[in-house]
Design a binder for this molecule. Structure first.
Ligand SMILES: *Cc1c(COP(=O)(O)O)cnc(C)c1O
Length: 381
């Protein structure tokens, strides 16, 4: 059997036609025709007040930190079990990530621990929807409202997922999406900021355009185009948007095809969960997920590493995931921990992710996994 990579970016085939069209149109800077099409698509999809493409989810998170008016010493509550950018974006503004433990079931921020972590310095809560499975948004929204905090969704992994019928990314004041090639819908590098809170729309446009009111100027709303605020260049060029637009139009099909692979894994692995050999993902019944990821949680770090090594021996690439940010060098320097991190620490050392991409035959992976688990079992006896 040929080598099975962990990820293989899916392309619809239409990307190249769109890029050719953008080339013909000859307008290659940002906010051209394809960017507008992507904005319209994202606004229709999420119902947000304003969708703005960025060159990454990281960039969109940095915009969130500026929009949240993070000042040195301001605190932002978030999980430690997340990607670097969730925290780094706020640290760039002098903010302090306050790491809170995650839930055993969804591996998302444990909403029951958030209130105790709120201080007079707290400015925002970042809900990261791990594996495209929603955080407990009703609770987080109520807390944000009660304490006057901004609620930001890091929906990097959550394209097409919902929480109680609401699209993820449509619930917080702000939300960010990633179109990195490791995500479901891609443009190589790419992202978007979704602005749901109408009071933040105007400033979001300015921040994205180097701190200028260029967008308003082009709409004829102001007669001068000038520097009005801090900002940076956060918008992608048209070539990226042209690529992305082809993908957006196939979002439904991509998601369905990923779900088919995910469901085969999930069905096949029930028995191992029942026999307490592995834990498999938990999807609350009010959440629709997008099959961004299929992960397993082994009983110990040793067993996890055994499985990864066994896969490697059979040319299948399964991988572990985040080193918790609170134990990373920069996380220790810039962040702080609130409460115990026992679930985060336990999970991160025992979790592995299975290959999941369009065109993969999950049975090839399952065959090797069964063999590996048998061998593991024999080695214990
Ligand atoms: C992928 C990811 C990001 C970063 O996305 P980029 O588009 O690569 O900047 C941020 N947060 C989470 C949770 C992610 O999974």
């Amino acid at each position: 059997m040929a080598d099975i990579p962990f990820n293989r970016p899916y392309m619809t085939g239409q990307e190249i036609n769109n890029i050719q069209l953008a080339h013909q149109l000859g307008r290659l800077a940002g906010d051209g025709e394809f960017t507008q099409k992507c904005h319209d698509w994202l606004q229709k999809y999420s119902g947000c007040k304003k969708a703005l493409l960025t060159h990454s989810c990281t960039a969109a998170l940095e915009m969130c930190a500026i929009l949240a008016d993070i000042q040195p010493g301001d605190e932002v509550i978030m999980p430690s079990y997340t990607f670097v950018s969730t925290a780094n974006a706020f640290v760039l503004r002098g903010g302090v990530p306050v790491f809170v433990d995650i839930r055993e079931d969804t591996l998302n921020l444990d909403e029951s621990l958030v209130e105790a972590a709120i201080s007079s310095q707290t400015k925002a809560i970042v809900a990261v929807h791990y594996a495209g499975v929603a955080c407990e948004m009703d609770k987080l929204k109520a807390l944000a409202k009660e304490y006057g905090l901004l609620l930001i969704e890091d929906a990097a992994q959550a394209m097409m997922s919902t929480y109680r019928e609401s699209v993820l990314g449509s619930i917080g004041d702000l939300a960010t999406i990633s179109f990195h090639e490791t995500k479901n819908v891609i443009s190589g590098e790419g992202g978007a900021l979704l602005v749901n809170n109408p009071t933040l729309v105007k400033r979001a446009e300015i921040i994205r355009e180097k701190g200028t009111n260029r967008s308003q100027f082009f709409r004829g709303e102001v007669d001068k185009y000038t520097w009005v605020d801090i900002g940076s260049s956060y918008l992608p060029g048209e070539i990226i948007s042209a690529f992305l637009y082809a993908q957006l139009l196939q979002t439904k099909e991509i998601t369905q095809n990923r779900l088919n692979v995910w469901n085969i894994y999930h069905q096949a692995l029930q028995e191992y969960e029942k026999n307490r050999i592995l834990k498999i993902p938990v999807i609350p019944d009010y959440c629709q997920h997008n099959a961004h990821m299929y992960y397993l949680i082994a009983r110990s770090e040793n067993e996890r590493n055994f499985i990864i090594d066994f896969f490697k021996l059979h040319e299948i690439n399964s991988v572990f995931h985040y080193v918790p940010l609170h134990s990373s060098p920069a996380g220790r320097k810039y962040g702080k921990v609130h409460g115990k991190m026992s679930v985060t620490d336990g999970i991160s050392s025992r979790l592995l992710r299975l290959p999941l991409w369009l065109g993969l035959d999950p049975h090839d992976v399952l065959r090797v996994l069964r063999k590996g688990l048998k061998e593991l079992n024999n080695s214990i006896k």
